[in-house]
Design a protein around this ligand. Structure first.
Ligand SMILES: NC(=O)c1ccc[n+]([C@@H]2O[C@H](COP(=O)([O-])OP(=O)(O)OC[C@H]3O[C@@H](n4cnc5c(N)ncnc54)[C@H](OP(=O)(O)O)[C@@H]3O)[C@@H](O)[C@H]2O)c1
Length: 376
């Protein structure tokens, strides 16, 4: 602060504003704040001086906007100083750690205690995000924190909740609203699958026996509740906090990633009609949410990842003490990829979907070529 005083002396109104802001702005931004003059101008714009720009003081969200604008400009070294940047390259903006930056992002991953949710949690957390993981089994979540949450750039924080119930989701939303001012990334990953049935038979009677006898209405509705209703409740419940993420960070929009599946896209049932129907609904839900939220005028990106086969408790029925599941490489040797998906495949996909600010309403398939082989 002492370094700032000479800079602002003589600008009495500005000093008053600056002092108010200094209290609100995150201390790690202060070094940068020292280069800033504040005026009551209604818009911010760069001036010819390399260290001077104006920012609106009229907005009620002023401290947020300011701290982030400062952080963003400082972090990216991009002050948009026309006089200086006109002839300079923007190479620095295109570095991997800028394009896919998740440092200090606030994320919530449902089903983060195993399988794909754990891969996503690890990816975000090791790259500096603060990740809340949600599941029904406290022990799984604690195991994740124990094995994957230490000595990393970010944090993993467990919350026990059931995403199938409206009350459970409302409680979760309230809980997070009391802890965080915004939510940058919501990953609706929690999902369940029914056991497989045999779909071939010599006679219609046998086919009926295979398809009808083992199923129940509860099998269909419980998968629908978890795989479709859950993501709807969470996305709509977190809208205000997601929108605050958009307001919070210059050039970034709060984002939802729904983990659907290639099972919702292939024409075959893969032996589980009920699961595939729920995942088909999840793909369509993703599209509807993206459309309606955009139509309502909110800048929140909604995308889906449709994985092929990845090791998880769902696909291998087990996981180790570290909550990781294993699948032999030759398990999906018939695929064009000649192997199942792995952690890095999912890491690359989540970083792309979260990082690309121009992606909205899409389902990104990551399946080793499953769809080209099976057809849609
Ligand atoms: N693995 C694949 O090959 C594959 C392919 C395509 C799509 N997917 C999709 O990927 C997502 C993750 O599945 P996965 O394969 O990684 O299986 P998984 O290891 O079984 O993970 C699912 C997670 O969701 C949690 N969960 C289930 N119901 C929940 C509920 N009601 N409330 C809160 N958490 C709940 C589970 O924890 P608790 O039981 O402790 O709650 C579990 O940690 C699912 O949506 C699945 O459909 C998987």
């Amino acid at each position: 602060m002492s370094k700032l005083r000479p800079l602002v002396s003589g600008l009495a109104p500005a000093v008053r504003v600056f002092r108010r802001i200094s209290r609100d702005v995150n201390p790690r931004h202060h070094a940068f704040s020292a280069r800033v003059y504040i005026s009551s101008a209604s818009t911010y714009h760069s001036l010819s001086s390399p260290t001077t720009f104006y920012y609106s003081t009229n907005s009620s969200k002023f401290p947020y906007h300011l701290s982030n604008t400062l952080a963003q400009k400082s972090q990216f070294g991009n002050l948009r100083q026309k006089s200086q940047s006109r002839n300079m390259s923007n190479n620095a903006d295109l570095l991997i750690n800028k394009v896919f930056d998740v440092k200090d992002k606030i994320a919530l991953v449902t089903g983060g205690g195993s399988g794909i949710g754990l891969m996503i949690t690890q990816t975000l957390a090791v790259n500096g995000a603060k990740v809340y993981i949600v599941g029904r089994t406290e022990e799984k979540l604690e195991n994740v924190v124990q094995h994957h949450g230490k000595d990393i750039a970010g944090q993993i924080i467990p919350i026990t909740a059931d995403v199938r119930s409206k009350e459970g989701v409302e409680k979760l939303v309230k809980d997070l609203e009391s802890k965080e001012s915004h939510l940058d990334i919501l990953v609706n990953n929690a999902g369940i699958a029914a056991p497989k049935t045999e779909t071939t038979a010599e006679t219609p009677e046998k086919l009926r026996e295979n398809l009808l006898n083992p199923t129940s209405v509860d099998e269909w509705t419980s998968q629908y509740a978890t795989n479709v209703v859950g993501p709807y409740l969470l996305t709509t419940g977190f809208l205000p906090l997601l929108n605050k993420a958009t307001e919070h960070t210059y050039g970034y929009s709060g984002t939802v990633v729904n983990i659907s599946s290639i099972s919702g896209m292939v024409r075959i049932s893969q032996g589980h009609f009920s699961y595939n129907a729920s995942k088909g609904a999840a793909v369509h839900l993703n599209k509807m949410l993206a459309t309606e939220i955009a139509k309502a005028g909110f800048k929140i990106r909604i995308n889906s990842i449709a994985p092929g086969v990845f090791p998880s408790e769902m696909t291998t029925q087990e996981s180790g003490d570290n909550q990781k599941s294993k699948m032999p490489k030759d398990h999906k040797g018939g695929l064009p990829s000649q192997r199942p998906g792995n952690d890095r495949d999912m890491a690359a996909t989540i970083l792309f979907v979260v990082g690309c600010q121009y992606l909205n309403g899409q389902t990104v398939t990551v399946d080793g070529g499953y769809l080209i082989q099976a057809g849609t």
